[in-house]
Write a protein that binds this ligand. Structure first.
Ligand SMILES: CC(C)(COP(=O)(O)OP(=O)(O)OC[C@H]1O[C@@H](n2cnc3c(N)ncnc32)[C@H](O)[C@@H]1OP(=O)(O)O)[C@@H](O)C(=O)NCCC(=O)NCCS
Length: 322
């Protein structure tokens, strides 16, 4: 087996990157797409990822991000491992393990003390990560409730929930900055991440809603509204607690006659009391877990970031970039 990073990958193997993308249930990636991500400021490591090659076959990949992580004692760069996948012909031959070990080696050399990744408790990969020293530190909470058709058609009082457009990017960024100020986790988010995600096609402006109190923007939500039976809110940021009930009421008005679910957003824990009072079922955990691994010996590790996943100040919205 040979291990390459993106720059070192023989040109003839580049088209096979697309096949790996499809294996991982995502759209094919090619050089043009990856170049675009970089130009837009996506927070990748400079080597992007590592790839296992056998003969002329690209069989496995692991991609990486370099993200800031804010703990109780300061902010440090950490590695975010994403997109671990082995193509079926290469399964069970140690490719994923070897690539992860290579990422750990490179991350240490780059000064990172921690590596993070997202997975699901029930996936086989979870066992692989545990055997490499990763531990579960956080699970995304969710909440759901059925909204009666008789629910109010509009948000209360002076509140309005308006569809966002590209011109609202700065507004959304400001709300996010204020909503995550003083919080812990993969923060601060890289600048212009809302614009970045919209340009990459992962987000669509029409799915953002901004909550206004009169003329003042006080929160936003990112929605998936493509099912007749449910409305899902996956990133709900309302910096000031006094506006949380209004956000909830505004989303209920959109979801009239359907299920309203909150997934992968710290709004569930931040607004837990409001959600429970509103009759929502709240679950503090789901199958999705964030795992962390120290990359250096305990004496040079500094702050232990693992307990922060259960700190009420931990903030997480849609996996925070990876
Ligand atoms: C998970 C995945 C990347 C593993 O790739 P792989 O190259 O076959 O893994 P390896 O051969 O390096 O396996 C390393 C270890 O993990 C264990 N492992 C791997 N897949 C496993 C599974 N499905 N169930 C249980 N254990 C598993 C192996 O037993 C092996 O242990 P060993 O070294 O003690 O023998 C691969 O199954 C895959 O691409 N799955 C689909 C995409 C996916 O789920 N990615 C992870 C997203 S978080």
């Amino acid at each position: 087996m040979k291990i390459y990073d993106l720059a070192g990958l023989p040109t003839g193997l580049r088209p096979q990157l697309a096949a790996l993308g499809v294996c991982d249930n995502e759209s094919p990636q090619d050089d043009r797409f990856l170049g675009r991500l970089r130009r837009l400021g996506y927070p990748t490591t400079d080597y992007w990822g590592v790839y296992a090659v056998e003969g002329d076959e690209l069989l496995a990949r692991v991609e990486t991000l370099r993200l800031p992580f804010t703990g109780r004692t300061g902010t440090q760069p950490v590695v975010g491992v994403a997109d671990v996948v082995t193509r079926p012909p290469g399964l069970g031959r140690g490719y994923a393990r070897a690539l992860l070990q290579e990422v750990h080696r490179r991350s240490r050399a780059d000064g990172a003390r921690w590596s993070f990744l997202w997975t699901r408790r029930s996936w086989g990969a979870h066992r692989l990560y545990e055997s490499l020293g990763y531990q579960d530190i956080y699970s995304t909470p969710y909440a759901l409730g059925r909204v009666p058709s008789s629910a109010a058609r509009r948000p209360p009082g002076r509140y309005r929930l308006l569809v966002a457009g590209a011109a609202d990017a700065g507004r959304i960024e400001r709300i996010l900055r204020s909503g995550t100020h003083g919080r812990l986790g993969f923060l601060p988010r890289p600048p212009a991440q809302a614009t970045l995600r919209a340009r990459l096609g992962g987000r669509s402006w029409k799915n953002f809603r901004i909550l206004f109190d009169g003329r003042r923007p006080v929160g936003y939500a990112y929605l998936s509204d493509d099912k007749p039976w449910s409305l899902t809110a996956s990133e709900v940021v309302v910096p000031s607690p006094e506006h949380r009930p209004a956000m909830l009421a505004a989303l209920r008005s959109l979801a009239r006659g359907r299920w309203l679910t909150f997934q992968s957003t710290s709004f569930v824990t931040d607004a837990e009391v409001d959600l429970r009072e509103g009759g929502f079922l709240v679950s503090p955990v789901s199958h999705a877990v964030l795992m962390a691994k120290p990359l250096v010996p305990a004496r040079s590790l500094g702050e232990d970031l693992r307990p922060l996943g259960s700190d009420p100040a931990f903030s997480n919205h849609r996996g925070d970039m990876f």
